[in-house]
Design a protein around this ligand. Structure first.
Ligand SMILES: [Zn+2]
Length: 154
């Protein structure tokens, strides 16, 4: 055991409030694998996905530099050759004593067209290959409660 409390940043401060985007159509721009200390055991590392941007087409917003820890979602973002991974955020069934897991549902063809349109309007690929999305940031309103909840980390 380390004398220091070492761990990942608060996932809810990563600029993406999943509750707010439940059942919304999301586009993950250039997700890549990254190693972060595990929530359950900070001496172990876990693979997480960092997205340059996460676009919510339903809200018309883009959040920059978002880390995803959700065990069900991370592999779906990383095991792909896409520049932009599209899916609809949702929740599975809660098991006894645990909160419902966050999932990423398959997009429909119409969803893919919609995301394509949004990106044509708001996204640019820089010479470096990095894709930048210009859209309003997710709400900066501080009136959402900051109470820590006992949700499992995502
Ligand atoms: Zn949304």
């Amino acid at each position: 055991m380390s004398a220091f409390k070492i761990g990942p940043p608060n996932p809810s401060s990563g600029g993406f409030d999943k509750d707010r985007h439940n059942d919304h159509l999301l586009a993950f721009v250039q997700p890549r694998a990254e190693q972060q200390p595990s929530f359950s055991d900070s001496t172990k590392m876990q693979t997480v996905a960092r997205s340059g941007f996460v676009v919510c087409v339903d809200c018309g917003t883009a959040s920059a530099d978002v880390l995803w820890f959700t065990s069900q979602i991370v592999p779906r973002l990383l095991d792909t050759r896409q520049d932009v991974v599209v899916g609809r955020l949702g929740q599975g069934l809660a098991r006894a004593g645990r909160s419902a897991p966050w999932l990423l549902d398959e997009p429909t063809d119409a969803d893919l067209v919609e995301v394509g349109r949004f990106l044509e309007k708001h996204a640019t690929r820089l010479k470096s290959g990095v894709i930048v999305v210009e859209a309003p940031e997710e709400g900066d309103d501080d009136d959402i409660d900051d109470q820590p909840d006992d949700d499992e980390p995502f």
